[in-house]
Design a protein around this ligand. Structure first.
Ligand code: PLP
Length: 380
């Protein structure tokens, strides 16, 4: 029987491909965005404790109540937003599942969805699966600023969603209060829903602040905030994220969530509720990651790479045009094979493959590993 793929253009992601290449060549993996250090012993012990207590069966579809309560309290304390625990907070299997559920809940065939390029790779396939039309708007190099006039010009009655990501992967750019006001002016008097991917909310540097889009009174009612406890607690493999949205949006998102995963991992949700109650477990992260960023940049001071500023996330973009004129894809393969350090080519985040000779490094690694990677890169 002929095998007609439903998604002939989808292959494995660049993150999986570069991680596999890194493993093949014994390279330091600064490509995929996962922390290279241990999860807190306290959190691991809490998971064991809850497993032994016997909370090992399905959690409620919307998530463990205590975790939803702690998250709701956190949003109130940090951003002054009140989310109803019963109807507006949903625990998902990582932010990835929440993004898929939110896009699937709202996009009908032919609906338009605005995303900003470079665009994180999980949004376009989810739009495609739902037969939506992806409208890409480039963040302008070299500073990756948002061109709101372009956004206003592209909005039309078919625009269903605008997807934003702050801090932004891969550029590290954060949305400012001015950006948010411009967004408000564009969406008012429309029924556009905003999806705000805020998985790096606790990694913001140089005294800057994360602005949750839902904290703007004119956005709250139309905004879905998505977060990741895997990113916050250095355990991306545990697959816990969450989604915050007004009741009428949450009801639709849960319709998808209940048939994709039904519920997230139960003992881990209990453990994370306890751990998330201690604010320092997330409020300390900006300082922690800023030190890593600064350490890596200092170690690389002798290299010919030129770093672009990063306001948040755990990524840094580096311009390698002083070293080589290879395409970014060839360049990352070459440094992985010849210099044993893996990175991500930024052109893969652009639909047209625009290649600005930029590569992305993940600096969420132990200092020893960052120092060794820098040593190998400085000789190029
Ligand atoms: C911008 C962004 N959103 C979502 C995710 C997915 O997060 P999770 O691991 O919780 O599914 C990532 C992971 O790299 C990310 O960078």
């Amino acid at each position: 029987m002929a095998n007609h793929s439903k998604f002939p253009n989808l292959g494995i992601s660049i993150f999986s491909a570069m991680s596999a290449l890194a493993q093949q060549y014994g390279a330091i993996n600064l490509a995929q965005g996962f922390p290279g250090f241990e999860v807190s012993e306290q959190l691991v012990d809490l998971v064991g404790t809850y497993m032994r207590k016997g909370v090992n069966q399905y959690s409620p579809m919307e998530g463990v109540l205590r975790l939803r309560e702690v998250i709701s309290q956190k949003q109130k304390n940090l951003y002054g937003i009140s989310y109803d625990v019963a109807t507006e907070v949903t625990i998902s299997a990582g932010a990835t599942e929440a993004v898929f559920a939110a896009i699937s809940a709202f996009v009908h065939e032919g609906d338009e969805v605005i995303c900003f390029e470079p665009v994180f790779d999980i949004y376009p396939p989810a739009i495609d699966f739902n037969k939506g039309k992806l409208i890409r708007i480039k963040l302008e190099t070299p500073h990756f600023h948002y061109d709101w006039d372009k956004v206003a010009a592209l909005v039309n009655p078919k625009t269903k969603l605008i997807i934003l990501n702050t801090p932004h992967n891969p550029t590290g750019k954060i949305l400012t209060a001015i950006d948010i006001e411009k967004l408000v002016a564009i969406v008012k008097n429309t029924s556009i829903v905003v999806i705000s991917d805020e998985v790096y909310e606790h990694m913001v540097f140089d005294g800057k602040s994360h602005l949750s889009l839902a904290s703007h009174p004119q956005l709250y009612d139309r905004t879905v905030v998505i977060a990741s406890l895997g990113k916050v607690f250095h355990c991306t493999g545990w697959r816990i994220g969450y989604c915050l949205a007004p009741k009428y949006l949450t009801a639709e998102i849960r319709k998808v969530h209940q048939f994709v995963t039904f519920s997230a991992n139960t003992p881990i949700q209990y453990a994370m509720a306890d751990f998330l109650e201690q604010q320092e477990n997330y409020l300390s992260l900006s300082k922690f990651f800023q030190q890593k960023r600064d350490f890596f940049i200092a170690q690389m001071s002798g290299s010919a790479f030129k770093f672009l500023p990063t306001d948040g996330s755990y990524f840094l973009l580096a311009d390698y045009s002083a070293i080589s004129q290879m395409s970014d894809l060839e360049f990352v393969k070459w440094i992985t094979q010849k210099h044993a350090v893996a990175a991500i080519p930024v052109s893969v985040f652009n639909a047209d493959g625009q290649d600005d000779k930029l590569i992305r490094f993940c600096f969420a690694k132990k200092e020893q590993e960052l120092a060794e990677a820098a040593k190998r890169l400085c000789v190029i």
